[in-house]
Design a binder for this molecule. Structure first.
Ligand SMILES: [Zn+2]
Length: 128
């Protein structure tokens, strides 16, 4: 059902944990599977210099969070904002159709975290 890459990121997820000095922390949930993700971003000079996550959920949600955090680390906020769940699913070698919604969690969490950070800076939140 899952690709080797999905299983690898599920069994050995990257960037798991907390960032005590994070600039922004958000928690989002998905009603379909009951997956929840908390994401921590450390931002310096408009760039994501560190990222950690904690996901409680299915294999697809955990693998997507792991891959998404790998993909945004070191990127600017603009670049991270453009990351979609389809990019993440592609990088994982694909996800089963009925598990695509689980990959939305990481995308949503990253975008909420970016906008929370922008709001703290007195900037207008980004929309689509
Ligand atoms: Zn799920």
């Amino acid at each position: 059902m899952y690709t080797k890459t999905v299983m690898d990121h599920f069994q050995n997820p990257r960037n798991v944990g907390e960032l005590p000095d994070a600039d922004t922390v958000v928690e989002v949930g998905s009603p379909e599977c009951g997956d929840t993700t908390r994401i921590f971003l450390k931002i310096d000079n408009n760039r994501i210099v560190d990222v950690k996550f904690q996901t409680l959920g299915c294999a697809a949600a955990i693998a997507s969070s792991s891959m998404a955090t790998e993909m945004i680390k070191g990127k600017t906020l603009e670049e991270a904002w453009k990351l979609t769940n389809h990019d993440v699913a592609d990088a994982l070698g694909g996800l089963p159709e009925k598990k695509m919604h689980c990959s939305m969690l990481a995308e949503g969490a990253i975008r909420q975290a970016i906008n929370q950070y922008r709001t703290k800076q007195g900037l207008a939140p980004w929309t689509e």
